[in-house]
Design a binder for this molecule. Structure first.
Ligand SMILES: [Fe+2]
Ligand SMILES: [Fe+2]
Length: 162
């Protein structure tokens, strides 16, 4: 069995798997609230994002540990909210959450550099580039929401996940 990963990076990536699954869980909670409110566009957007993006991110970290001969550990995902007061609260929350994930990805890269884990650079660069997309995506739908002013229904109707 190869051994191409340090214990420290292995541990931090295991934590990141939880962060990514938790991201999907948070967006699923937002989707549930939106569905209940009749905001089917937002409900679908958040559900697709959880399935299509966040689960994929978790699997990419998972696979990296397997390929480098590390040990996958799957931590606990705590309860997340399905109670929100508005679509705006959800959008602001999603932006703040993606900023948090960007910070986590930077910490992973900091550690990889400190440990000279060159193998991890490509994978982590992919995630850093992905976070540019993630932050842009949520900022874009929030901007669209602000521009739509009081026509929440029209905004929701036109909301599509890319
Ligand atoms: Fe993610
Ligand atoms: Fe994300």
């Amino acid at each position: 069995m190869v051994n191409l990963i340090s214990k420290e990076l292995n541990d931090l990536i295991n934590e990141q798997i939880v962060e990514e699954i938790r991201s999907g869980y948070i967006y699923l909670g937002m989707s549930a609230w939106a569905a209940k409110e009749g905001l089917s566009g937002l409900a679908s957007f958040m559900k697709i994002h959880a399935e299509k993006e966040e689960y994929k991110h978790a699997m990419k970290f998972f696979q990296y540990i397997i390929e480098t001969g590390g040990k996958v550990e799957l931590g606990t995902i705590e309860n997340v909210s399905t109670d929100y007061s508005s679509a705006e609260e959800i959008l602001k929350g999603a932006i703040t959450h993606e900023e948090h994930i960007t910070k986590k990805c930077k910490e992973l890269m900091d550690l990889a550099q400190e440990k000279k884990e060159y193998f991890a650079y490509d994978m982590l660069n992919w995630f850093l580039r992905e976070q540019i997309e993630e932050e842009n995506l949520f900022n874009q739908i929030y901007d669209d929401f602000l521009h739509a002013n009081k026509s929440l229904g029209v905004w929701d109707h036109h909301l599509k996940h890319p």
